[in-house]
Design a protein around this ligand. Structure first.
Ligand code: ZN
Length: 426
C-alpha cells in the first residue's frame, strides 16, 4: 500500500530523474535494432540491469524449445544470435504481488531515409517530442519502466515482491521473444507492457496472421505476351480476392462486443511484393508477403483454412493459376487475439496509480494491432496490462513520442509498481 506521502515522493522522483531517463532513451533509440540486429540493445539493457543490482539472465533463444508452444509463429531468418534478457529483483520480504515488466527492443525498418526529416537512428528532441525509429514503439516505454523502478529506489524505497524486467525481440514479427521468457519459466501475478497506448488501457486486441503468396507465371518474350502468363498481375488477382475476405471478416466483426464500435478493425495488408527477373520477360514468379488480423476468440487454424480456401478459389477463376495453383506459406505471426480477462486485481492497483497522475479513470482502447500481452493472458493465465505514452508515426516516417505523456506514463508505471508489489524502506 502506498501512502499519500510516498506517492508524492515517487512522483517527484520521476520528475527529478526525467532528464536522465531521456538520455537513456536517446541512447536506446540510437541503436538500429531491426529484426536480427537487436544484440546491442540487449547488451545495453543487460548492462543497465546489472548496474542496478538485478540478477541478469541473458540467453540465446533455441527455436526448437518453442515450436510446439501455443502462439508460436515460424521463423525464417537467421536466428542464431537471438537473445532474451531478464533482470530479476528478489525482495527481502515477500509482502506484495509479483510483476513482469516487459518491453520489446526490435523496431521495424525505416523505409526510404530521404522521407525522414532527421535520420531515424539519430534521435532528436524538438518541441516536446523525441523523434526516431522506435522512440514511440516502444523503446521509450521500456526505458520508462526502468526509470519507474529507479524513481522508487531514489525515494529510499524498495518493492516487496519479485519483479522480472524483460527485454524481448521479435514482437514485430512472431512474438517468440516473449514466448521464450515464458518457456524459460518466468511467471508473475501480473504482467505490465508499456507500449504506447496514448494513455489508454488495451481492453481487447486483434490477433495477426502473416502469410506469403507464391505465385507462378509462364515466361515468354513480351512481344508475344498474350502467350504467357504474368505472375505479377496474377498476384493482383489474388490480392483482390483477399480484399473480399477482409470485407467479409469486417462484417463478422460487427457482432464482436468490443470491436463492433470500430468501422474497419480487420486490416489486410500486402506488405512486401517481389517478382520477375527482366523488364522484357513476362514474369515467371511473384511473392507477396501479407498480414491480416483476426479477432479475439477466432481460431488461428480456422482462419488459416479460410485464407487458403480464398486463394484457391480465386486461382480456379484464373486461366493460368487454375492449372498452376499458387502456394500459401505461413511466414510469421500465427497469433490469437486477446481480451483482457480476470484482471480485476491489477486493474484496481493500476486505477489508483492512474487517478493519482491523470485524475479520473483510465479509458479503454480497442486495439487493431497486437501486443505481447496475449502470451501471458491466453497461454499462462497471467493478467497482462498494456498502457503507455502517446506519440505518432509508429512504423512510419518521423516517428515520435510525446515527452509530457511519457513523463506521465512513467509516473503511473512507478505508482502501479509500488501499489501492486508494495514498497518498504530500503
Ligand atoms: Zn510495440
Amino acid at each position: 500500500m502506498t501512502t499519500s506521502d510516498s506517492t508524492q515522493r515517487i512522483l517527484d522522483a520521476v520528475d527529478a530523474g526525467f532528464d536522465a531517463q531521456l538520455a537513456m532513451t536517446r541512447d536506446f533509440v540510437a541503436i538500429p535494432s531491426t529484426r536480427g540486429a537487436e544484440g546491442p540493445c540487449q547488451d545495453m539493457i543487460g548492462d543497465l540491469l546489472r548496474e542496478r543490482g538485478y540478477e541478469v539472465d541473458d540467453w540465446h533463444i533455441d527455436v526448437d524449445d518453442l515450436k510446439d508452444l501455443r502462439g508460436y509463429g515460424p521463423i525464417e531468418h537467421d536466428f542464431s544470435r537471438a537473445r532474451s534478457v531478464v533482470g530479476s529483483y528478489r525482495p527481502s520480504s515477500n509482502a506484495g504481488k509479483s510483476l513482469i515488466l516487459q518491453g520489446h527492443c526490435d523496431v521495424v525498418p525505416t523505409g526510404p531515409l530521404e522521407m525522414w526529416n532527421t535520420p531515424p537512428f539519430s534521435p532528436v528532441i524538438r518541441d516536446g517530442r523525441m523523434y526516431g525509429r522506435g522512440a514511440c514503439d516502444m523503446k521509450s516505454g521500456t526505458i520508462g519502466a526502468l526509470a519507474a523502478l529507479d524513481a522508487i529506489k531514489a525515494c529510499g524505497l524498495k518493492p516487496t515482491a519479485r519483479i522480472h524486467f524483460q527485454s524481448v525481440i521479435e514482437e514485430e514479427s512472431t512474438g517468440v521473444g516473449a514466448l521464450s521468457t515464458l518457456q524459460r519459466g518466468y511467471r508473475a501475478d501480473a504482467c505490465f507492457i508499456p507500449e504506447p497506448t496514448g494513455g489508454m488501457m488495451v481492453r481487447s486486441q486483434v490477433g495477426v496472421i502473416w502469410f506469403r503468396l507464391k505465385v507462378r507465371g509462364h515466361p515468354v518474350h513480351v512481344f508475344e505476351a498474350g502467350a504467357g502468363s504474368n505472375a505479377i498481375t496474377a498476384a493482383y488477382h489474388l490480392i483482390q480476392a483477399l480484399e473480399k475476405l477482409e470485407a467479409a471478416w469486417n462484417e463478422r466483426a460487427s457482432s464482436d462486443r468490443h470491436f463492433k464500435a470500430l468501422t474497419h478493425p480487420i486490416n489486410f495488408n500486402p506488405g512486401i511484393i517481389k517478382g520477375g527477373d527482366w523488364a522484357s520477360s513476362v514474369p515467371a514468379w511473384c511473392d507477396v508477403d501479407c498480414r491480416i488480423a483476426i479477432l479475439p476468440g477466432w481460431s488461428v487454424t480456422e482462419a488459416q483454412a479460410e485464407i487458403a480456401a480464398c486463394v484457391s478459389s480465386a486461382a480456379r477463376d484464373h486461366r493460368f493459376l487454375s492449372n498452376n495453383p499458387p502456394q500459401v506459406e505461413w511466414s510469421g505471426f500465427l497469433s490469437e487475439g486477446y481480451e483482457l480477462k480476470d484482471s480485476a486485481a491489477p486493474e484496481a492497483a493500476f486505477g489508483k496509480a492512474f487517478s493519482a497522475v491523470y485524475g479520473g479513470t483510465v479509458e479503454d482502447l480497442v486495439f487493431t494491432a497486437l501486443t505481447d500481452t496475449r502470451f501471458y493472458g491466453l497461454n499462462y493465465g497471467i493478467p497482462s496490462l498494456c498502457f503507455g505514452a502517446s506519440g505518432a508515426a509508429m512504423h512510419g516516417f518521423n516517428e515520435y513520442v510525446d515527452l509530457d505523456s511519457l513523463r506521465k506514463s512513467t509516473k503511473a508505471t512507478a505508482l502501479f509498481i509500488a501499489e501492486w508489489c508494495g514498497v518498504e524502506k530500503a
